[in-house]
Design a protein around this ligand. Structure first.
Ligand code: ZN
Length: 727
């Protein structure tokens, strides 16, 4: 039996990364621009196969061949005929979906290898009986020869990514160790060459000296200086008794496709600044110049609040075991105009909504300031995985002088709470409601949280001249006395509440969301009235209570610390609602149908407006009063009390935490849409949220003319494999 750590479970959750609505609201040029940047991203994303393991490209090409010749459901008939059980075939589909999602056979989250969860002989039988094999037996056999064994092997070195004997990497040839990486870094630094888009291959040179080849990613395969090239780096250098040869053309066929697509995107760019940005990227991907990519990134930062947002290149260096080589990544996200319009209405109603919050008007800001907030939906995220938010560029010098952007990806966050989850800890009838209203309630909660949560409440401050921004007669509603504390000049919320500042503030914002999601005007802005509105409110509260339970995963009993601000905040809210009593919220620790510990959350929805709101009102008012009056002592003690995780009766949270860990889900995979130019319009295509849908989307994505690209990919990987094994 294979350790479950090295397989993807059959019930891995697969979600649709839905961007349809946001995409349809784009203008024609915006659609075309988004389309071509997407194409560039997808082609570039294939580079990750070559950056992961020697066998990844062959596995990818083999899977593409199998599914191009037969759809997943057609191949299922073949599978049944050769004796695969339904579970075994599903395991194969999940494996294929995993290879496509991670762009290789190592998990992008955790860097461990995953292998197909069915016997190797059975998979081989399936391949040999497939239509792809019948069409081109030699091709399929040669692919199997490369990857059939490596797909399954779990030798110690192969279990994870790493350098030398510690693991697998293709950023370096197989004979490189840490000391080679260090020497190469010294060399690169001495020549002012960035490692971001490079790989290192070590061989014996003609004179018997060690020869290191530094390969730059570029479409141009010629090492001679190009016209207008200002930072040409190719050449042979003697360094520290060894020879370095800097060459370009790594991943050339793929980089060429990237450049072609960016050229097409340029024609539909929204501004001259975006054109300039694309021109620098093109220069970078053509010649391998990171300087050009940095220049492009500067233009990118200047492009504030675009309708279509994107970033592309060798970005994150997590997966280079040495930590300086970037993995290719490209994304396109679209401002969700519809959602943004609802948020704008919420802002317009702020003056009427803020007085609803449970604190005296003196504790509210004199004038409502709209916080910076736009919602982006991901259309395309190519590479090894999809984050929920990003903060780029990574070039430190640019971050300090020009700046950076914070991108929050709305539909990724939303998908983390969508339908196909196992929906642990919920009652059956609640699961149906949850599936129906989860994304609606999420939308409202996010809007309220960001705008009226983080945007509300005043801080009492004494300025450097001793003047107060509040009246000395203001009464603290908790004590009934006049206010006795405030922020002195130079003190801020963060400096005063330091270690608990962020989780406390997140908790306050979440509470505002829960509090105002009962408001009829708010519900109407988001299109909900009557019973539906009540359901949305109920699901929002249910989600928060469940999040409080799931949050226990992010608590470490050994040092009694919370590791995640939002999850701690939700646990605190859960505690508040449990404390309200009257059987409003209960958690029953039970035994599941599988005989293992389980739990069931129950919320008495008839008591939300009464018991629930009363508890929340008193809690939220305290949070605000301590914050407004800079009362860090009371605030910290109050918040810490609710953050405590013990095994005391009746809730036994530490035991519950074990159950939460036991029932934790495998990391989710995402199905992404495709776009295609039809006439002078762009067609948008969504797929089913399943392993089959995910596979289908990849086959569609690389259809016309891309078989040629796959033979290029094979050729590149064979060349790498040769170096990897025989140097
Ligand atoms: Zn927040």
């Amino acid at each position: 039996m294979v350790d479950s750590q090295y397989i993807l479970p059959n019930d891995t959750s697969i979600s649709l990364l839905d961007c349809c609505e946001a995409f349809q609201l784009l203008s024609k040029d915006e659609k075309l621009y988004a389309h071509y940047i997407s194409r560039a991203s997808w082609y570039g994303g294939l580079v990750v196969l070559l950056q992961t393991s020697p066998e990844s490209p062959a596995i990818y090409v083999l899977l593409m061949k199998l599914f191009r010749a037969q759809t997943p459901s057609e191949l299922q008939d073949t599978a049944t005929a050769v004796g695969l059980s339904a579970e075994e075939y599903q395991a194969f589909l999940i494996y294929a979906a995993g290879v496509f999602s991670n762009m290789g056979n190592y998990k992008s989250f955790g860097d461990t290898k995953f292998v197909p969860n069915l016997p190797q002989e059975k998979l081989k039988d399936l391949v040999w009986q497939s239509a792809a094999y019948k069409q081109k037996p030699e091709e399929v056999e040669s692919l199997w020869k490369v990857c059939g064994q490596l797909m399954y092997s779990l030798d110690d070195r192969q279990k994870q990514l790493g350098l030398g004997t510690k693991g697998i990497t293709t950023y370096f040839s197989g004979n490189c160790e840490l000391k080679d990486a260090e020497l190469a870094q010294k060399f690169l630094d001495s020549k002012g060459i960035s490692a971001y888009n490079t790989r290192l291959f070590k061989t014996a040179g003609p004179n018997g000296k060690t020869l290191y080849e530094v390969r730059l990613a570029s479409a141009i395969n010629d090492d001679a200086p190009q016209e207008g090239e200002t930072d040409h780096k190719c050449g042979v250098y003697e360094f520290d008794g060894v020879t370095f040869r800097v060459v370009r053309g790594d991943y050339a066929p793929l980089m060429k496709k990237v450049v072609e697509c960016l050229e097409k995107a340029k024609k539909h760019a929204a501004s001259p600044n975006v054109v300039a940005m694309l021109e620098r990227y093109i220069q970078s991907f053509n010649t391998g110049s990171i300087e050009a990519h940095k220049e492009g990134s500067k233009h990118w930062i200047k492009d504030a609040g675009p309708i279509v947002e994107s970033y592309i290149g060798f970005i994150e260096s997590y997966r280079d075991p040495y930590g300086s080589r970037g993995e290719f990544e490209g994304f396109v996200a679209v401002v969700n105009k519809d959602m943004s319009a609802k948020f704008a209405q919420l802002v317009a109603s702020a003056e009427r909504l803020l007085p609803e919050l449970p604190w005296p008007k003196e504790f509210e800001k004199d004038r409502f300031l709209k916080p910076d907030f736009t919602s982006l939906d991901v259309l395309t995220f190519a590479g090894s995985g999809i984050p929920a938010g990003i903060n780029i560029p990574n070039y430190d010098d640019i971050r300090q002088t020009v700046g950076f952007k914070n991108v929050s990806l709305g539909n990724v966050l939303a998908a983390y709470s969508s339908q196909k989850e196992k929906l642990t800890f919920l009652e059956e009838e609640d699961k149906d409601l949850y599936v129906k209203w989860r994304s609606s309630s999420f939308e409202i909660q996010v809007g309220l949280h960001e705008l009226l949560g983080h945007g509300s409440g005043k801080l009492f401050v004494q300025d450097e001249e001793g003047k107060f921004n509040f009246d000395s007669s203001v009464v603290n509603p908790e004590t009934g006395e006049t206010v006795k504390s405030w922020y002195n000049h130079g003190e801020t919320w963060d400096s005063k509440f330091c270690t608990i500042a962020s989780t406390y503030e997140e908790c306050r914002a979440e509470c505002v969301g829960m509090y105002l999601c009962l408001n009829k005007e708010v519900l109407k802005i988001f299109g909900h009235e009557g019973d539906d509105a009540n359901d949305v409110t109920y699901v929002n509260w249910m989600t928060m209570v469940r999040a409080g339970v799931l949050g226990l995963e992010f608590y470490t009993p050994e040092n009694q610390k919370w590791r995640q601000a939002h999850m701690q905040a939700r646990f605190v809210i859960l505690r508040v609602l449990l404390e309200a009593g009257q059987d409003f919220v209960t958690i029953q620790q039970t035994t599941g149908s599988d005989g293992k510990p389980d739990a069931i959350i129950h919320i008495d929805r008839s008591k939300i407006a009464t018991v629930g709101m009363a508890a929340l009102r008193s809690f939220l008012r305290k949070l605000q009063v301590y914050k407004t009056t800079a009362d860090v002592e009371l605030g910290r003690a109050f918040y810490s009390k609710y953050s405590e995780v013990t095994d005391a009766e009746p809730h036994r949270f530490l035991t519950l935490r074990e159950t939460v860990l036991l029932r934790k889900e495998a990391r989710k995979m995402f199905v992404q849409a495709n776009t295609r130019v039809e006439g002078d319009d762009v067609e948008f295509r969504n797929y089913e949220a399943s392993a089959m849908g995910l596979i289908h989307s990849f086959v569609d994505r690389f259809s016309e003319g891309d078989e040629r690209l796959e033979s290029d990919l094979q050729e590149l990987s064979t060349r790498d494999l040769h170096c990897w094994n025989h140097v």
